[in-house]
Design a protein. Structure first.
Length: 192
């Protein structure tokens, strides 16, 4: 057997031995949740996801999530919009259908550029906004007719849910999370 075959077989064995169990830990206050997230990370437990009824400031840093790169994508999309606007206006107004508007020369784009600034600005904003929405939905895997992934309806009202992977002794984990101020701790079999 080759090395790749052995690695593949080992991965299959590891995957079959892994538990699909997760803990759903409910809190009723965002400050208690933040403290619990910090304690959970300090204890080296893996937080799968946190569901909240409203954005909690600083939760992403407490969870150790990497900063978003959506701003970089937005800037690139804006540059694409600016390029499309400039190319479109140069072709339409100078090459394809030159017009004498207000005595401005139609043979030079540079001399007419101040009149084109509003169009360039609008196309930059248009491309950045629309492509950002598309990128956000694709990155978040949110598309039309997708079923909601919210595990507990109370997280849309007044509770906070932390989903933690079960590794090791379940009873120790349950006791740990009850000490962090959890209102409820449930062991759930997660289906992928």
């Amino acid at each position: 057997m080759t090395d790749m075959t052995i690695i593949h077989i080992q991965n299959i064995i590891i995957t079959k031995n892994m538990s699909n169990k997760v803990l759903h830990v409910l809190y009723n206050d965002d400050d208690i949740l933040m403290d619990a997230v910090k304690k959970t990370r300090a204890a080296h437990h893996h937080i799968e996801e946190v569901f909240t009824p409203f954005p909690v400031h600083g939760l992403d840093k407490a969870m150790g999530l990497a900063p978003t790169r959506l701003a970089i994508a937005s800037f690139i999309y804006g540059l694409i919009g600016l390029t499309v606007a400039t190319t479109m206006m140069r072709y339409i107004m100078i090459q394809d259908w030159p017009q004498d508007i207000g005595g401005k020369p139609s043979f030079s784009y540079i001399q007419n550029m101040p009149a084109f600034v509003p169009v360039m600005f609008e196309m930059t904003v248009f491309f950045a906004a629309h492509l950002m929405v598309i990128t956000f939905y694709m990155r978040s895997r949110l598309w039309p007719f997708k079923e909601a992934e919210n595990p507990d309806v109370r997280t849309t009202d007044d509770h906070f849910l932390m989903e933690v992977a079960v590794s090791g002794n379940e009873n120790e984990l349950i006791a740990f999370f009850q000490e962090t101020g959890a209102v409820e701790v449930k062991v759930i079999e997660k289906h992928f």
